[in-house]
Design a protein around this ligand. Structure first.
Ligand code: SME
Length: 155
């Protein structure tokens, strides 16, 4: 059974450093991908309080909405479309300080202002993306990229 998450204080690095071992513990012993994705987005939402945190999974040649926390969202995104589809197409993490300046950004919510999207890999194949949105500008940086890539690598 999962224990309550210990909410960390301190710098963003310190918060991630406390969170990641807890996420590892949550994932250990459970092989179901959906269950694990659900707990990861819940843990991230609880720790950081971001506006929207969720996974999109590659299915039927598109990104399809997976476990998430936050307002209802677009269900399907084509390769190369929006921030998520661009991260999928490039295989690279995308940090977007101001979504209004990202050509083709898909506004699932008008309240979303900045965003980071991290590909989830299985071997060499991209099987999904982890998408985090903030309702404030410029909320994500190299620290988030490093740690969210580590978290995406736990699957
Ligand atoms: N803004 C994303 C779409 C997903 S939502 O933010 C949840 C994009 O441009 O791909």
């Amino acid at each position: 059974m999962a224990e309550d998450l210990h909410i960390a204080t301190g710098s963003k690095e310190e918060q991630y450093s406390t969170l990641i071992p807890q996420i590892r513990a949550l994932l250990s012993g459970e092989t179901d991908e959906i269950a694990n994705m659900a707990n990861v987005v819940a843990a991230l939402k609880e720790q950081f309080g971001w506006f929207w945190v969720g996974f999109y999974r590659v299915a039927d040649g598109e990104l399809v909405l997976g476990p998430f926390q936050g307002p209802v969202a677009c269900t399907r995104i084509k390769k190369g479309r929006g921030v998520c589809g661009s991260a999928w197409a490039s295989g690279e993490t995308l940090v977007v300080p101001d979504v209004e300046k990202f050509p083709g950004h898909i506004a699932c919510s008008s309240l979303s202002r900045s965003e980071i999207v991290v590909p989830v890999l299985r071997g060499d194949e991209i099987v999904g993306v982890l998408d985090v949105d903030s309702d404030e500008l410029d909320q994500f940086d190299a620290v988030d990229k490093k740690f969210l890539e580590e978290i995406a690598g736990l699957f």
